[in-house]
Design a protein around this ligand. Structure first.
Ligand SMILES: Nc1ncnc2c1ncn2[C@@H]1O[C@H](COP(=O)(O)OP(=O)(O)OP(=O)(O)O)[C@@H](O)[C@H]1O
Ligand SMILES: [Mg+2]
Length: 369
């Protein structure tokens, strides 16, 4: 559409960069070799193999059962909203503590949903287009991802959505809101995801307006079968969207947690997660035996990371990379202890020192990768 400003920023997330990201092909899965073959490899070949293996490992996203359930719930609500009668719809909120992996989870799902909606158009580097009216060609951008800035207000939220599509963001608020309705129709918007929703606080000066605007966004989207998804930390005390009775009545909440290790069932859940990671990594650690992560190292990995997915993924990836560099081709306790983790994990680990680590249980859980 002519009203659009060119969207040229490489790093800022907008409809153009979203399409580019959705088209990215992940690093190819490297071949699997035995320890014997690896040790017999000419240095040059081995160096290249390790480099390709590193690239693949760094890009891995480990599956987690609770995360899978959360995205299934989004898919279900989005589907119900699409086929239900027009009007304001159910809103999904995926919440978790800081750095628990919520944005990665929802973004991965939204990426797949985008690909599903645009179909064969993913083959083209150019964004797909369609004709909303005779003589008018518009970009088809069914998924919108908004990272809330700390200064989010009614105006900036509307602006962020308009900016995502490269529309002018100057003008009076009522005009911007009208422009937003056109955006939804013209670009066939099906899903708006607002990340870091906890930044909207009840004590903000304009919180009433922000709430009204969120409801308006949901109504406009709902009229066209679209859905609104919130992602963020649940804040019962002053989180704006969790304290409004009208929004709460529409909110489908999925609260995710970090892995705990206090009860046998929590330990089993933790081991199931590690088993999933092991399923991906073990072929590339040919000197390791099954159960290395899910049983042998499970307590140590928890002590180091306290069950936070981000720290755990970093720890497992770095240890796997180091295991190739030093030629051991398995992960040792030394590898796990040597990796630098977040300030949060390190501080907490020091506080845990001296306490008995949770014991692993006999591991016989099946996990689908
Ligand atoms: N399933 C996963 N597999 C591998 N790495 C993951 C996974 N989930 C998250 N990560 C990594 O963990 C880190 C934190 O994840 P993410 O940013 O999604 O968490 P968040 O809960 O959204 O954090 P914040 O509270 O800061 O918004 C990121 O570096 C991400 O790449
Ligand atoms: Mg996040």
């Amino acid at each position: 559409m002519n009203a659009r400003r060119p969207v040229n920023t490489e790093s800022v997330l907008n409809a153009t960069t979203w399409h580019r990201e959705a088209r990215k092909t992940p690093a190819a899965r490297p071949p699997v070799h035995t320890v014997h073959d690896l040790r017999a490899m000419p240095q040059r070949v081995l160096t290249r193999y390790i480099r390709d293996r590193d690239a693949w490992i760094k890009n891995l996203v480990f599956p987690w059962a609770a995360g899978n359930e959360a995205v299934s719930m989004i898919a279900q609500v989005v589907d119900e909203n699409q086929y239900g009668p027009p009007g304001a719809k159910e809103i999904v909120a995926i919440t978790a503590p800081f750095t628990a992996g919520k944005s990665t989870l929802v973004r991965g799902w939204a990426n797949g949903y985008y690909r599903e909606l645009i179909g064969a158009a993913i083959q083209s580097a150019a964004q797909p287009t369609w004709r909303p009216r005779p003589g008018v060609e518009a970009v088809h951008a069914p998924v919108v991802w908004i990272d809330l800035g700390s200064a989010s207000k009614q105006r900036t939220l509307t602006m962020q959505i308009l900016d995502y599509f490269g529309y002018p963001i100057s003008g009076r608020i009522p005009d911007l809101i009208v422009r937003f309705s056109h955006v939804v129709a013209n670009h066939q918007v099906r899903l708006i995801i607002v990340d870091d929703i906890h930044l909207l606080k009840v004590d903000q000066r304009d919180s009433r307006q922000v709430l009204d605007h969120l409801k308006h966004i949901n109504t406009v989207l709902g009229q066209q079968g679209g859905s609104l998804v919130f992602v963020g930390k649940k804040d019962n005390k002053d989180g704006l969207v969790f304290n409004d009775p009208q929004l709460a009545g529409r909110l489908q909440l999925n609260e995710l947690h970090t892995f705990a290790a206090d009860t046998p069932s929590q330990v089993a859940e933790w081991q199931t997660f590690l088993h999933g990671a092991e399923h991906m990594l073990l072929p590339y650690l040919p000197a390791a035996s099954p159960g290395l992560l899910a049983s042998t190292h499970a307590p140590r990995i928890w002590r180091r990371t306290q069950g936070f997915i981000g720290d755990t993924a970093k720890l497992l990836k770095r240890a796997t990379i180091q295991a190739a560099l030093d030629g051991s081709w398995t992960i040792t306790a030394g590898h796990l202890d040597a990796q630098r983790l977040s300030f949060r994990a390190t501080t907490r680990e020091q506080a845990l020192r001296g306490r008995r680590a949770p014991a692993p249980v006999e591991h016989n859980v099946e996990v689908s990768a």
